[in-house]
Ligand binder design. Structure first.
Ligand SMILES: Nc1ncnc2c1ncn2[C@@H]1O[C@H](COP(=O)(O)OP(=O)(O)OP(=O)(O)O)[C@@H](O)[C@H]1O
Length: 248
């Protein structure tokens, strides 16, 4: 089987746990995101969002459970799953000596894009992520906002069906935040997206669904209206369900 499933969930966490010694960063996490949905992954600092996203992308091996992307097991069918995933890690790209141009060129070649396709995609992501002015500068010298946008460009480069975005608007100024939200909205027409954020207004703006995690466990999974509750106050529901304190 070499193509993604045409039906069935695009993102699946099936009983995922990650233990560090006795500490569970993720604990029996299960949810699935159907094709075309934009799901928000919320939780206080240290709740286990980044850990779960790393498990879903195959960057971290689970202690227990299975992660599937497009029906492919990310541990056993790595290549098929990786083709479908665009991942923005929480701290953006780590290649400080490279420029956005050289990083994207390298990433595209590593993913086996033809030179014509790669040229076209580099042009597209440079435009969509507003990277032209820093195209030839070292990534290590860029502001956090620009580094974030380089990470976003890298995630989008191979035009993946599934986007897993760990705090995509973190470190962006209000103009850039608006642009990235707009970009996510336009991508949501054709992609399946799981995004983590601490900005609850962002959830209303771009997501149809909320998955809330606390101390490694999923404690709410439903439409945005469920998170808003009767009071239409997401922050109040968030505080109430997560105990109003940090888990880290
Ligand atoms: N390599 C590790 N060794 C030990 N503990 C770890 C490791 N990586 C993460 N943790 C712990 O696991 C917990 C979950 O961390 P994680 O980064 O997944 O949280 P998060 O929800 O993404 O938080 P934030 O919103 O602050 O980014 C935290 O308590 C963290 O300290």
């Amino acid at each position: 089987m070499s193509e993604s499933l045409t039906s069935g969930p695009m993102i699946e966490a099936i009983g995922l746990s990650k233990f560090y010694g006795n500490f569970a960063a993720s604990r029996n996490v299960s949810f699935s995101v159907p094709r075309g949905q934009v799901a928000a992954f919320l939780g206080p600092n240290g709740a286990g969002k980044s850990t779960t996203m790393k498990l879903l992308t195959g960057f971290l091996a689970p202690s227990e459970g299975v992660a599937k992307i497009g029906g492919f097991d990310v541990a056993k069918q790595r290549i098929e799953a990786a083709r479908l995933i665009g991942y923005l890690p929480e701290n953006g790209p780590l290649y400080n000596e490279m420029t956005p141009q050289s990083l994207l060129q390298y990433s595209g070649e590593a993913r086996g894009l033809s030179s014509a396709k790669l040229r076209e995609r580099m042009e597209f992501v440079a435009d969509k992520c507003s990277l032209k002015e820093v195209w030839g500068k070292s990534i290590g010298k860029l502001s956090r906002g620009f580094r974030q946008r380089v990470g976003m460009a890298q995630a989008l480069l191979h035009d993946p069906e599934v986007l897993i975005l760990d705090e995509p608007t973190s470190g962006l100024d209000p103009n850039q935040t608006f642009q990235v939200r707009d970009l996510i909205l336009s991508l949501s027409k054709t992609k399946t997206i799981l995004l983590s954020t601490h900005i609850l207004t962002e959830v209303k703006a771009v997501c149809g669904r909320v998955i809330l995690i606390n101390q490694g466990r999923v404690i709410l999974d439903g439409p945005v209206s469920e998170m808003e509750g009767a009071t239409h106050d997401m922050e109040a529901t968030f505080r109430q369900l997560t105990g109003g304190s940090s888990a880290a």
